[in-house]
Design a protein around this ligand. Structure first.
Ligand code: ARG
Length: 387
């Protein structure tokens, strides 16, 4: 019997998939990655077995997710099309990597996922798996199977006694992890319709936020956030803490129309409290410590880094080379940034660093000034000379 490792979520699609793959002659191993989505893994594990999986893997990948995926994206200030913090996109190469590892361990010949044929996630899972384990067969049954509607899948589940929760059917499609939440479908498909407040889970409506601003100090060491308000946190707890602080101040809501890989424009809503605070603060720190040319050069590659992530090209040479450059720039990115959060806004209030290149005696218009303005005359003449 051929063995397949299925990326399983416990939802309708992947539950039907277990049975469907078995009918196609596969032994199915269900693989679940905990990236902070808050699922009831014990319950889902039972469901996978009841549906016919021969074995279930549940891996806690939270720490690796934040350390090796989220933090590099923060160092890069990676934001796709200026708005999307890439929470879903960053999790895919990590999940694919571990799914491939399970396949190797189990001597499976195939891996499968439950992504649709018009999204980005199918590309991210499959490209990553292909790079890491070219010999594996890649199965994406949702692109070809017989079910056209959700109702047909529910009918199939009933016929085969597959346990599902049809009661809490939401009109939205969502993806959630530690770093953020993505919401689409339903009324959101009309880009003119303002998102109803019910869709948000991580962030409070700015109208209902406290009437006083909340300050939060973020300390970075070489580009990595390590303290919040003077207290040290591990990577996972630091992100959770900032989700909580940002969320209660309505920080991190994004409404965007984005360009998907397959050429479709789609409307998606995001919640990224921690990401918004961290990337805004990180940029402020860089403004203090990086020389002008490095800063400007790095600003050019941030959108490219975001694109590679969005495009599923995490495991590529260019991405690794960008990391090398970015890590070098972060040698000086140590310091504290004070942010002010207020009813959805997130602004810098102060910054300091032992590696600051800000020199008050040069910038000042007061009597501590040491800059010699007479030198500017020659500078200006030569600067403009070529033109
Ligand atoms: N558009 C985002 C991306 O491609 C999120 C995809 C998942 N979204 C969802 N609502 N299920 O990364």
């Amino acid at each position: 019997m051929k063995k397949v490792v299925l990326a399983y979520s416990g939802g309708l699609d992947t539950s039907c998939l277990i049975r469907w793959l078995k009918d196609k002659g596969y032994e199915v191993i269900a693989f679940m990655a905990d990236v902070g989505q808050g699922s009831d893994f014990k319950k889902i594990e039972k469901r996978a077995i009841a549906t016919g999986a021969s074995k279930v893997y549940i891996l806690d990948l939270k720490k690796e997710f934040v350390q090796d995926y989220v933090f590099p994206a923060i160092k890069a200030n990676a934001v796709y099309e200026g708005k999307y913090f890439l929470a879903t996109a960053l999790s895919r190469p990590l999940i694919a990597k571990h799914q491939v590892n399970v396949a190797k361990k189990e001597k499976a010949t195939a891996i499968a996922h439950g992504c649709t044929g018009k999204g980005n996630d199918q590309v991210r899972f499959e490209v990553t798996a292909k790079i890491l384990a070219p010999h594996l067969e890649l199965l994406a049954p949702l692109r070809t199977w017989e079910f056209k509607t959700r109702e047909q899948e529910i009918e199939y589940a009933h016929q085969h006694k597959i346990p599902i929760d049809v009661s809490k059917k939401s009109p939205y499609s969502t993806d959630i992890n530690l770093y953020g939440r993505s919401i689409e479908c339903g009324v959101l498909e009309d880009p003119w319709v303002e998102p109803p407040d019910e869709i948000y889970l991580m962030t409070r409506d700015p109208l209902k936020c406290p009437n006083r601003p909340e300050y939060v100090d973020i300390e970075f060491i070489r580009g990595v956030p390590v303290k919040v308000n003077g207290k040290t946190y591990g990577p996972v707890d630091l992100v959770l803490k900032l989700n909580e602080i940002g969320g209660r101040n309505g920080v991190g809501r994004v409404d965007m129309v984005e360009n998907r890989l397959v050429g479709i424009k789609s409307r998606e809503i995001y919640e990224n409290p921690a990401g918004t605070i961290l990337i805004t603060a990180h940029k402020e720190l860089e403004a203090m410590v990086l020389d002008r040319e490095t800063l400007h050069y790095k600003e050019l590659i941030s959108p490219r880094y975001a694109e590679l992530t969005y495009y599923g090209l995490w495991e590529t040479p260019l991405k690794a080379q960008m990391d090398a450059f970015i890590n070098k720039t972060q040698e000086r990115a140590t310091g504290i940034v004070r942010m002010k959060l207020f009813k959805g806004s997130c602004n810098v209030a102060g910054r300091k660093s032992p590696f600051s290149r800000y020199k008050e005696e040069l910038a000042t218009y007061g009597d501590k000034d040491i800059f010699d303005p007479k030198l500017s005359e020659g500078f200006i003449r030569i600067w403009g000379m070529p033109y």
